[in-house]
Design a protein around this ligand. Structure first.
Ligand SMILES: Nc1nc2c(ncn2[C@@H]2O[C@@H]3COP(=O)(O)O[C@H]4[C@@H](O)[C@H](n5cnc6c(=O)[nH]c(N)nc65)O[C@@H]4COP(=O)(O)O[C@H]3[C@H]2O)c(=O)[nH]1
Length: 805
């Protein structure tokens, strides 16, 4: 049995020599079993192997218990691995006598195990360490994922174990893949490649490329797949597509050039802007770098060399030969090695913007109504001209042209007609001035002329005359023939100013002087004028405080019944007792008050004071039947005029029928519609209304009929020539006759002598006013004048009466 055992068996004595070895053992060692008896391990094994086997024997002998070992050794060039069971041998007295062993040859199975382990190690290294994700999916769940796949989607691998598709993929994708799996299983589709998107643990989407195969796993169908994260590739693809889209759809022209400025790509906008098709442009040398010899080309080259980019404006030519302004931005591109490889140029056609800029520039420097240069443009041209003079005396002059009574036209015909007139005047002036100077519109009805080419003052004067003549030619406005005149002031460099401001100011001063001189004329500036301007300034400033300081006072001039010569009223005339300039007559400050608008508070004060005075006299025993107050045109602009009149009457207690308001014809003509309305309201209060200075304006009686007027005042200039001057007589008679017809009472003003008074009385004039009866006097002196007048009247009645006897 021992000999037939496939295991190797042996017994060894305490000296390590074989007592017995079976056939299997001796066959392995290549000797007979008999020959082995008495031999030692060293006789068959290498020194190392023998020593190791001996050590095992020693272990068994020392513990005297059976033991198992795995032993490897080589015999005759072959390696063996044995599973060795060793046990101690005892003699008949129970003393240790040696070691027995039974060895099973496990060489083959050990080799197989080793091979399997190595295969497994390789497999794990491949699957676990690989750079692609790997998974096994069964029953729509992940049964295995490698670390890389877990890493791609950001989960710990163990958390993905048994993860359902829904958790890993967006709902739509999970649904799609599930259907796909079912189909694969049904139709046994082995291999499939597809892309999908997973939701990573932090919620962002990861683009995946999947290659999967149908396999059998643990006896059931499963899918094994390799997964690659293609998010970067997709993003790069997207960026590339986007860049291509931007390139093609950009509103700006884009050119890509090689390092030698040859065109290698252009977009649609390039073709749209330049007119060149892609095929015509590619391969050609770009004109961007063509040296035009101008500063822009050089600046561009320098900036590109220095900073790698340039931005600016340049001119380019379209295929059809048209030039257009372009805004260009060009950048130098370097390759990965840092070598200059390309240029990218982006440009846009800025024609529209340039036109808008030019328009803005034009508008900033021109008057939109007449399209003439405006004030600021004139000032800069004047300043430039002064600089160009560089100290030389000239020629340089400024003419200030102001239309006379333009406001009246504007108010009578409306702003539209006013504008039309200004346009026509601008054309006339431009034609008249021609190349001789720069004509600008200063604003309103003011034009300025800058002259740099003239020989002397006489030439300037001649030009001014020409301009006045041109202005004076009548023009048609709404079917009416209108005649416009102008007043011109001239200042000459350097005598009348060495800078733009003073030249303009002094031309303006001279223009006012021309107006004062009766309009429709011109004046050269002289230094004396500034003194007057100074006075004007003094008056203007002082007037603001004059009311508060009580510097205004009213003077009263009597009006007498022409027949009875009894006082029937007074006209109040304002005076200004100026602290420095003394008593100032109204004609010196009323126009200024009207210009500055101060006439409104002043006018209100006059009304109030006149009514109060009449009442005060009445209370003192002097009854003055009526007081006439002058109203200014600007007071009519006040919407509160009627209220102010009513308040004056109410606060003073004066009866409305004792107040007469004097207005001028031109006031009515300036704004007939509004004035008729206001006059109606005033009339409704019960006050009297009279037309002052009749005969100097439009003198249209039929026109005046439309207004609720009571009285006409014949202007002093007509009374002056009475009774000898034929024209004056004719006018006075005509006015009186017509007034009678229209039932107006008539006051003649400026009656300076008895002949005038008698003539007017004879012709039916109602009231008389003038120095002949009494000059305007302060309120304090008026009672004496009134007493004197009533005395004279009584005497006259008595004389008449006596004459009658
Ligand atoms: N040579 C001469 N002159 C005579 C004679 N009789 C009267 N006058 C003057 O003729 C002017 C008559 O006043 P007006 O025509 O309403 O003309 C007035 C009136 O338009 C205006 N004015 C006077 N006071 C006021 C006022 O309170 N408000 C307004 N808005 N204007 C006023 O100032 C103008 C001038 O007023 P005054 O200088 O006071 O001049 C007054 C008066 O002094 C005469 O026989 N011979």
């Amino acid at each position: 049995m021992v000999n037939n055992s496939p295991n190797m068996m042996s017994l060894k004595g305490l000296d390590g020599r074989f007592l017995l070895a079976n056939r299997a053992y001796s066959r392995m060692l290549g000797v007979s079993e008999h020959a082995m008896v008495g031999t030692a391990l060293e006789d068959y094994f290498t020194e190392d192997d023998a020593s190791r086997i001996k050590q095992q024997d020693a272990v068994v002998l020392s513990c005297l218990e059976p033991r198992q070992f795995e032993e490897s050794f080589s015999v005759g060039g072959s390696n063996f691995t044995m599973l060795v069971s060793k046990f101690p041998l005892f003699d008949s007295q129970g003393r240790p006598a040696g070691v027995g062993s039974v060895d099973t040859d496990i060489t083959r199975s050990r080799e197989e195990q080793q091979a399997k382990k190595e295969a497994e190690d390789k497999y794990w290294a491949l699957v676990e360490q690989t750079l692609v994700g790997i998974y096994i999916m069964q029953d729509e769940k992940l049964v295995y994922v490698n670390p890389k796949l877990a890493d791609i989607v950001g989960y710990p691998p163990q958390e993905m174990q048994n993860m359902a598709l829904e958790r890993l993929l967006p709902a739509s994708e999970a649904g799609r893949i599930r259907l796909q799996i079912k189909r694969r299983l049904r139709e046994n589709i082995q291999i499939m490649h597809y892309t999908t998107r997973a939701i990573s643990s932090d919620g962002h989407l990861v683009d995946l490329e999947v290659h999967s195969r149908l396999v059998e796993y643990e006896g059931k169908p499963a899918l094994i797949g390799v997964v690659v994260d293609i998010s970067d590739r997709i993003a790069a693809d997207t960026n590339l597509k986007l860049a291509a889209k931007v390139f093609e759809n950009s509103a700006e022209g884009i050119l890509i050039l090689d390092a030698d400025a040859h065109i290698i790509a252009v977009n649609h906008a390039f073709t749209r802007i330049t007119g060149y098709e892609q095929g015509e442009a590619l391969g050609k040398l770009s004109r961007i770098f063509a040296d035009n010899g101008d500063a822009t080309s050089q600046q561009m080259q320098q900036a590109l060399a220095l900073h790698g980019q340039w931005q600016g404006e340049m001119r380019d030519r379209r295929k059809n030969g048209d030039w257009y302004p372009a805004e260009l931005s060009i950048s130098l591109v370097r390759d990965d090695a840092g070598c200059h490889s390309n240029y990218v140029a982006v440009f846009s056609d800025i024609t529209v913007r340039k036109q808008a800029e030019e328009r803005l520039q034009f508008l900033a420097n021109h008057d939109p109504l007449t399209r003439l240069p405006n004030r600021s443009s004139l000032i800069s041209r004047l300043e430039q001209a002064i600089v160009e003079m560089s100290g030389e005396p000239g020629p340089l002059a400024v003419m200030f042209i102001d239309l006379d009574r333009f406001k009246l036209i504007n108010d009578s015909f409306g702003h539209q007609s006013g504008d039309e007139l200004l346009r026509e005047i601008a054309i006339r002036l431009s034609n008249s001035v021609g190349e001789r100077g720069l004509l600008a519109r200063q604003g309103g009805d003011e034009f300025t002329l800058l002259l740099t080419e003239f020989a002397d003052q006489a030439e300037l004067a001649a030009l001014a005359e020409d301009i006045l003549a041109v202005l004076g030619r009548g023009l048609r406005l709404e079917e009416h023939e209108v005649c416009v005149t102008g007043s011109i002031g001239i200042s000459v460099f350097p005598n009348d100013g060495t800078d733009a401001r003073s030249l303009l100011k002094n031309a303006d001063v001279a223009m006012y002087r021309a107006k004062d001189a009766g309009k429709n004329t011109y004046q050269f500036f002289d230094a004396e004028m500034n003194t007057q301007t100074f006075e004007r300034l003094l008056l203007e400033n002082g007037m603001r405080q004059a009311l508060e300081r009580g510097e205004f006072e009213l003077h009263y001039q009597p009006q007498l019944n022409a027949a009875s010569r009894e006082m029937s009223g007074v006209e109040v005339l304002i005076r200004w007792r100026h602290p420095q300039l003394g008593l100032i007559q109204p004609l010196r400050f009323i126009p200024l008050a009207e210009e500055t608008g101060l006439i409104k508070p002043i006018g209100d004060w006059v009304l109030q004071e006149a009514c109060r005075q009449l009442k005060a006299w009445e209370q003192a025993g002097l009854y003055v039947p009526r007081v006439a107050v002058n109203l200014s045109a600007r007071q009519f602009e006040q919407s509160t005029l009627v209220d102010n009149v009513a308040r004056a009457l109410q606060t003073t207690g004066l009866e409305a029928g004792r107040l007469e308001l004097e207005i001028t014809e031109s006031m009515i003509m300036q704004n007939p519609v509004e004035t008729v309305h206001q006059l109606g309201e005033l009339k409704a209060l019960g006050v009297w209304l009279s037309i002052d200075d009749f005969g100097t304006g439009y003198s249209s009686l039929s026109h005046l009929k439309r207004f609720p007027l009571d009285t006409l005042k014949i202007d002093r200039s007509f009374v002056d020539g009475l009774p000898d001057d034929e024209d004056s007589v004719a006018i006075a008679e005509a006015i009186l006759a017509m007034s009678r017809k229209l039932k107006f009472s008539v006051v003649a003003e400026g009656v300076e002598n008895a002949a005038q008074a008698d003539f007017l009385e004879l012709k039916g004039c109602t009231l008389l006013q003038g120095y002949h009866f009494g000059k305007p006097v302060p309120a304090t002196e008026f009672p004496a004048l009134a007493a004197q007048l009533s005395q004279s009247a009584r005497l006259a009645i008595m004389a008449d009466w006596q004459g009658g006897l």
